[in-house]
Design a protein around this ligand. Structure first.
Ligand code: SF4
Length: 298
């Protein structure tokens, strides 16, 4: 029996996460005596977080915790403006590792929302990036998660609005939302293109692979939103889909019964973890092939 593994080219760290980790690594190399904090976990991956914890990096979500002279790294999601201001007032040294695409979304919102142009933001409540984006609005801002929620907002058809999205939202949904608003408003809304193609490209490739295989394996932190969404889109085309964090979760129950596998990973999964899963899967499949072709197994 032949076994196949289709490995996604877009699996693993996106540009924003790579840049943030590079900045943290550089800070660790250059600064040995000052305390280094990240404002919130730098990445939704427990293995990477414990690696940095061992190197002395602290995680805080409290602007009051770092003292003057401490270093605070702003992760790829960015932070709300008022928290950045508070950190500056505490004289901490800030390393801004906000992803350039998130920064662009923040600045677009800041430039285009004003008293006569309310912000409508398509995003997840409580998501750190969304909290940051909302803080850049210079107008009233409404947050919604889908068209139904948007429909429940008291939108005045004669008013002006600008529409933006959290960078990792689904582009097709965003287009439906834009069309819905264009139909109901007298003045065309200003549509800000803030969605990041890294997520879209990873999802398109995942769907493409999921259609060709019998079993999908998605590697990434269980608390990583983008990894969970990747599982969801994969499952629509390949119901046998497993979300694992490391190669240790690969077992016979996953591997038995299938011969064609797809392997992808979320934006916060290190290449090293993906490689380990790939090689363990390959060796388990090799062992299965060897045992099924052995005369003793007949
Ligand atoms: S998914 Fe896109 S916007 Fe988000 S951190 Fe990665 S590159 Fe930046």
């Amino acid at each position: 029996m032949e076994f196949d593994i289709l490995l996604a080219e877009n699996a693993g760290f996106c540009m924003g996460v790579s840049l943030a980790l590079n900045k943290l690594n550089k800070a660790l190399e250059q600064i040995s005596i000052r305390r280094i904090f990240t404002f919130g976990p730098i990445i939704h991956n427990p293995q990477v977080l414990s690696f940095y914890e061992d190197k002395g990096v602290r995680v805080t979500e409290d602007w009051n915790e770092p003292y003057s002279d401490d270093i605070v790294l702003i992760r790829a999601h960015g932070i709300p403006l008022e928290i950045e201001d508070r950190l500056i007032k505490r004289n901490v040294s800030i390393i801004d590792a906000t992803c350039p695409k998130v920064k662009r979304a923040q600045l677009l919102i800041s430039r285009n929302s004003h008293s006569s142009n309310c912000l409508l933001l398509y995003g997840e409540p409580d998501h750190p990036e969304v909290k940051g984006l909302l803080s850049y609005a210079n107008s009233r801002a409404y947050l919604f998660e889908d068209v139904n929620q948007l429909a429940s907002i008291n939108i005045e058809p004669g008013n002006n609005y600008c529409l933006a999205a959290q960078t990792t939202q689904d582009r097709e949904q965003f287009e439906l939302i834009s069309a819905y608003l264009q139909n109901m408003l007298v003045h065309q809304p200003l549509i800000l293109d803030t969605i990041c193609d890294a997520t879209k490209n990873r999802q398109i490739e995942t769907i493409d692979i999921a259609k060709q295989v019998e079993c999908m394996i998605v590697v990434g932190g269980k608390n990583s939103g983008n990894t969970r969404r990747l599982c969801k889109v994969a499952m629509e085309h390949c119901p046998a889909c497993f979300h694992i964090e490391t190669e240790h979760e690969l077992n016979q129950a996953i591997v038995s019964g299938f011969s064609r596998f797809g392997l992808t990973a979320g934006a916060s999964t290190p290449d090293d973890t993906i490689n380990k899963v790939y090689h363990k899967l390959k060796s388990m499949l090799h062992a299965k092939k060897t045992s099924s072709s052995s005369p003793l197994s007949e």
